[in-house]
Design a protein around this ligand. Structure first.
Ligand SMILES: Nc1ncnc2c1ncn2[C@@H]1O[C@H](COP(=O)(O)OP(=O)(O)OP(=O)(O)O)[C@@H](O)[C@H]1O
Ligand SMILES: [Mg+2]
Length: 257
């Protein structure tokens, strides 16, 4: 890999009591990449996301962003470095409108400090209008403009997933972690999601995504990392990974289960 990786995971181990969820995983994500992490249930994918995003401390190993180790960084500190994520199970403010859910993400990227907020300075009001504008632009990119005033919980599931992506985009992240964004979507919705993920990358956000569906990730990823039982089975270009014997074995096993 040329140049400094945006994200590096080194020797990552995560144990939960007696469960070794991640058993020494190394990988890197280059700026501008779409990288996918795939693997059967319980492979450790979400655990890796939780460690990267500061939700869980690693048992061993470290995470580096721009070559700097994240030592004990809390989720808001990781977010401040430009790393945003979505969750495997949708977590929206269901009663709030779609627009307000996206605005929550935008606010985190806002520059006005708490003092300015308390005083409601003119700069802050201007910023607020700017954020509102940005939320609407994001909804447009997601094809959700018509839903702006709808309570998030009343949307079909596939659209709720998109609102989550929108909220993460509101933070203007450099790196976006997507945990199974395509889960529960039909083939057509997955295709649209794939195109959206590519557009997000083309606008400068690096992507690390988790998914179960080989076809979906093979389509959109520059590189694929395959995990099984907390270990890396293979990593590389989609085609090379797809034809790797260990990967075929793991996937046939999973499919048969
Ligand atoms: N908070 C936790 N406490 C205890 N065990 C956990 C916890 N989180 C995950 N595990 C265990 O760690 C292992 C890896 O789980 P993880 O959720 O990372 O897998 P995954 O690859 O995301 O799976 P899936 O495809 O089902 O989402 C599993 O055995 C799981 O039961
Ligand atoms: Mg998971």
């Amino acid at each position: 890999m040329r140049g400094m990786p945006l994200l590096e995971v080194q020797g990552l181990v995560k144990n939960f009591g007696g469960v070794a969820a991640v058993r020494g995983v190394d990988f890197a994500v280059a700026p501008g990449q779409i990288k996918a992490m795939i693997g059967p249930n319980g492979a450790g994918k979400t655990t890796i996301f939780n460690v990267i995003s500061g939700v869980l401390p690693p048992t061993r190993g470290r995470i580096l962003v721009d070559g700097e180790p994240l030592l004990g960084a809390r989720p808001h500190e990781v977010a401040a470095l430009g790393i945003a994520r979505t969750f495997q199970l949708v977590r929206l403010f269901g009663e709030m409108t779609v627009r307000d859910n996206v605005l929550v993400g935008c606010h985190r990227a806002g520059r006005a400090g708490w003092a300015a907020c308390a005083l409601r300075t003119r700069a802050m009001r201007r910023e607020e209008r700017g954020l509102e504008e940005r939320a609407l632009q994001i909804l447009e990119r997601l094809g959700l403009s018509a839903r702006a005033d709808t309570p998030a919980a009343t949307l079909p599931y596939g659209e709720q997933r998109l609102v989550e992506v929108g909220r993460a985009l509101g933070m203007e992240p450099r790196l976006l972690l997507l945990d199974e964004p395509g889960a529960g979507l039909n083939r057509e919705e997955q295709d649209r999601l794939g195109a959206l993920i590519r557009r997000i990358r083309d606008r400068g956000t690096t992507i690390l995504l988790v998914d179960h569906h080989m076809d979906f990730v093979m389509d959109i990823s520059d590189e694929v990392l395959v995990l099984s039982s907390g270990e890396k089975l293979a990593e590389g270009r989609p085609h090379a990974v797809k034809t790797h014997p260990a990967v075929i074995a793991a996937y046939l096993g999973d499919e048969a289960a």
